[in-house]
Write a protein that binds this ligand. Structure first.
Ligand code: SAM
Ligand code: SF4
Length: 467
């Protein structure tokens, strides 16, 4: 018999009161005290976050951005992890007003990739240098039911080419029952990811007209069910543009506090997609509550300080300019070279509409080069979950700063592997320089030796070197 999971609750009146009383009355001294607290790397409370929402003064905003940058640097160094989404089906029974896959969009060509087609997509992604995938699907069971997703994960892990293999599969799938999550866990997934879209109930009801997704509470409880099934690396997120971003941020923090209380660990990642135009969707082109660029960057900076050990993910929905600014403020993972239509990697000639339009159309190699030239280290590391460093174990290592002794050598070794196997000439040159410079500035002799040994092992022809 399944034990009921603890139910999360978003306290709407508390958020509304905090927003009515808080952000307008922001005192520079109070903001500076909170920024000082953020530098201790222990996170911020919901009460701390409220005054930060109201910061608009350019000087104070500059200090807020700088502090977020310092927090990011202290915890993540200059690493940026790269992945690609893999859309396996655009079949959907829901009516989300903002999404091209919604059931009423009769103009959309529906595709459910066969296992052979999935393997073909994976071969393409592997041959372009990817090691981490996010498997994505609409919410409707293909004819072989839930097994389809399990087989898809097996197919991804089993597909190899002469140039490599996928080493971590994260999934973004509709909410499941505990038993289904247990089956996903047995397939060795990395992170289970699900966005609440909006935490604001009336807006949620307005934009999710019918289908299973219209049930707000079923969706809100999904991460608890995943945790109950033993998936302790979970990702949460908000689709910004549906409701006031400040409300969403405070509600997201309530959700995080609930997960920490119930499971002893918060989310592994937070995603912050902004609404992008989508085939035939009025709403997608005219967001109910637009989130402008400055507020978006402020949101990222506040999140970085509030939950310093949680990965922040930014997708190719955003333009290269916004992505570059966000790296400095706290984003730690990005997708690159993405398509959002099933089959679109191996067969770009198939003009099936994607889920939404993209802001960054560059190839993986162009993104890697850009990241390097900005002074960051693109990382393809997949070590933690393969060595069982997930959930609380990960946080226990991350909080005292010990995880860095793994992350940096792993980042440099996986970058070296990418450079040798996939990089164009300019990327190779920029990458070799970055590795040399980064090895040089590691203060701790033992860590420098370990990183150097791992990079050398890759140069000598070894693959998949990690610690
Ligand atoms: N169908 C599942 C679901 O809804 O949770 C999983 C995958 S769905 C394809 C992935 C995410 O895409 C959604 O959670 C939503 O936040 C995002 N999305 C949908 N339409 C979008 C749009 N027009 N612009 C940006 N993101 C969008
Ligand atoms: Fe379906 Fe997900 Fe798109 Fe909603 S967001 S229509 S559930 S694919």
């Amino acid at each position: 018999m399944t034990v009921p999971t603890p139910a999360p609750h978003i306290d709407d009146s508390r958020i509304s009161q905090a927003l009515a009383a808080g952000p307008g009355l922001v005192e520079p001294r109070q903001v500076r005290e909170i920024l000082q607290k953020a530098k201790e790397l222990k996170g911020l409370s919901r009460d701390d976050v409220v005054p930060l929402l109201g910061v608009t003064d350019p000087e104070l905003l500059g200090e807020l951005f700088r502090t977020a940058g310092e927090v990011k640097q202290a915890i993540y160094g200059n690493r940026i992890v790269l992945f690609a989404p893999l859309y396996i089906s655009n079949l959907c029974a829901n009516e989300c007003d903002y999404c091209a896959f919604r059931v009423s969009n009769r103009a959309l060509d529906r595709r459910v990739l066969s296992q052979q087609e999935i393997a073909e997509e994976v071969r393409w992604l592997v041959d372009h240098g990817h090691k981490r995938l996010l498997m994505v699907a609409g919410e409707a069971m293909p004819h072989d039911g839930f097994d389809y997703y399990l087989k898809a994960i097996d197919t991804i892990y089993a597909t190899r080419t002469e140039r490599g293999e996928i080493r971590r599969v994260n999934v973004n799938l509709a909410p499941l029952e505990v038993e289904q999550f247990t089956a996903l866990k047995a397939r060795n997934i990395g992170t289970y990811q699900l966005f609440q879209e909006t935490y604001h109930r009336p807006t949620y009801a307005q934009v999710h007209k019918f289908g299973r997704k219209a049930d707000y509470d079923w969706r809100l409880g999904a991460i608890d069910r995943a945790m109950q099934a033993g998936i302790d690396d979970c990702g949460v997120g908000v689709l910004f543009g549906l409701h006031d971003w400040r409300y969403e941020l405070l509600a997201l923090m309530q959700h995080i506090d609930h997960l920490e209380d119930a499971w002893g660990v918060g989310p592994h990642t937070i995603s912050m997609p902004r609404l992008e135009p989508a085939d035939g969707s009025e709403l997608a082109s005219h967001p109910l509550a637009p989130l402008g660029d400055t507020d978006f960057l402020k949101l990222i900076a506040i999140l970085r300080m509030a939950v310093p050990y949680t990965g922040l993910i930014l997708s190719t929905r955003e333009t290269p300019e916004i992505r570059r600014a966000a790296f400095r403020l706290g984003v730690s993972q990005i997708s690159a070279g993405s398509v959002t239509n099933p089959g679109g990697y191996a067969h770009p000639e198939n003009q099936v509409a994607g889920q939404f339009s993209l802001g960054d159309h560059r190839s993986l190699d162009e993104v890697v080069r850009d990241v390097l030239q900005l002074g960051f280290v693109p990382s393809f590391c997949t070590a933690c979950y393969r060595l069982g460093r997930t959930g609380r174990d990960f946080m226990d290592l991350a909080k005292p700063g010990e995880i860095k002794t793994h992350c940096l050598p792993n980042a440099l070794a996986t970058l070296q592997e990418y450079l040798q196997d996939f990089a164009g000439a300019d990327t190779l040159q920029a990458g070799e320089l970055r590795i040399a410079e980064d090895l040089d500035v590691i203060d701790e002799p033992k860590l420098r030796r370990r990183a150097g040994r791992m990079v050398e092992a890759v140069r000598a022809g070894k693959h998949d070197v990690f610690c």
